[in-house]
Design a protein around this ligand. Structure first.
Ligand code: ADP
Length: 338
């Protein structure tokens, strides 16, 4: 098996907040091999974007990041900002949801490409830069005749494809795509997913695809990581996790998804917790129908079952009678308020 290109170990990100630090990412570990696509899912506010940006070293002023992100043999979190910026571009790229926030309205598309290529590959001649840019645009279905247009002359879907072309012109080994299709209609969404599939075929980057859409995960990802309240509670191959989810949160997420077979939609009662004072023990226990005493008292262990792994006391063996005692709903709300 090839070695991972990205190895993330026990990463934590805290934001400064008026009521104390927000533990947005709290001990995340995963690895990605070249060519692999990992879907990161979970409800809004569970820390997915914070994790994606944190891996690139992008945390706002006043936020803290800790743990280890090894990329291509280098430990990123120890590097200076300047050193990290050198790795971004040819090494890692982040694709955002809103392309207009990244494209400068006063610059033509050609100028955007020249700027990016000039910074990271200064040895390219002008005509080589142009060829490289036109290749990237063409692979995303943007005709060369539009090279000298301004961002506002394109539709939202085209701008998103231009953003992706800009990120891919440098052929990064690791791509973080944060809800890349959320603001787009389903046809453009399908195009972008096809493009990601093509890129995978041509040069096999590792891709972290952040999405709240489990259908996209089923279609575009090899593995899935389910995030709840700052932690990855389950991960494994998409086929295995979707066929037999181990964690009650994954089970609930899957039940809340619409498919052709859906007869009744089950939303998950409650909302993700306040990350300034998250629940004790398992962070999901206040919403879990199977919560036991031990789930309130202790952080659940990581249980590895073949290719799948989940953090849940239900999967652990050797619990005492007292630890297994089911929680009554009233106790859950009391525990939550404590
Ligand atoms: P997701 O991408 O899963 O929706 P986020 O990473 O955006 O989750 O947010 C995780 C948590 O961090 C949330 O509680 C959110 O309110 C908080 N958060 C996000 N950005 C900031 C910030 N800049 N300052 C303080 N808290 C933040």
């Amino acid at each position: 098996m090839t070695a991972p290109v990205v190895d993330v170990h026990d990463v934590r990100v805290w934001y400064a907040g008026p009521n104390g630090p927000v533990q947005a990412v709290d001990g995340v570990t995963f690895a990605l091999r070249p060519g692999e696509v990992l879907g990161l899912v979970g409800e809004s506010g569970c820390g997915k974007s914070t994790l994606g940006r944190g891996l690139m070293g992008l945390v706002p002023r006043g936020a803290a990041i800790d743990g280890d992100v090894e990329f291509d043999g280098r430990h990123l979190l120890g590097l200076s900002k300047k050193e990290r910026e050198k790795i971004r571009g040819p090494g890692m790229a982040l694709i955002f949801q809103e392309p207009m926030t990244r494209l400068d309205p006063l610059m033509k598309i050609s100028d955007h490409f020249t700027e990016v290529l000039h910074v990271h590959e200064p040895k390219l001649s002008k005509s080589e830069m142009r060829d490289r840019a036109l290749d990237a645009l063409r692979s995303l279905g943007i005709p060369p005749t539009r090279y000298d247009n301004y961002p506002h002359e394109f539709s939202g879907g085209m701008r998103q494809r231009i953003m992706i072309a800009l990120a891919l012109a440098l052929r990064p080994k690791f791509i973080i795509a944060d809800e890349p299709t959320t603001a787009l209609d389903v046809l453009v969404e399908a195009q972008i997913l096809n493009i990601l599939a093509d890129i995978r075929q041509t040069y096999a980057p590792a891709i972290l695809l952040i999405t709240h859409n489990l259908g996209i995960v089923a279609e575009a990802c090899d593995r899935v990581a389910v995030m709840y309240a700052g932690r990855i509670v389950e991960q494994g191959p998409v086929r295995d996790v979707f066929a037999k989810p181990r964690h009650p949160y994954t089970q609930a997420l899957l039940r809340s998804t619409i498919s052709l077979k859906t007869q009744e939609l089950n939303s998950i009662a409650g909302a993700p917790p306040d990350l300034v004072r998250p629940p004790t023990g398992c962070r999901f226990h206040p919403r879990c129908a199977h919560a036991m005493q031990v789930c309130v008292d202790k952080l659940p262990p990581l249980i590895v079952e073949g290719v799948q792994q989940a953090e849940c006391w239900l999967l652990a063996s050797g619990l005492s009678e007292a630890q297994r005692r089911p929680l009554q709903r009233e106790e859950v709300s009391v525990a939550d308020e404590a």
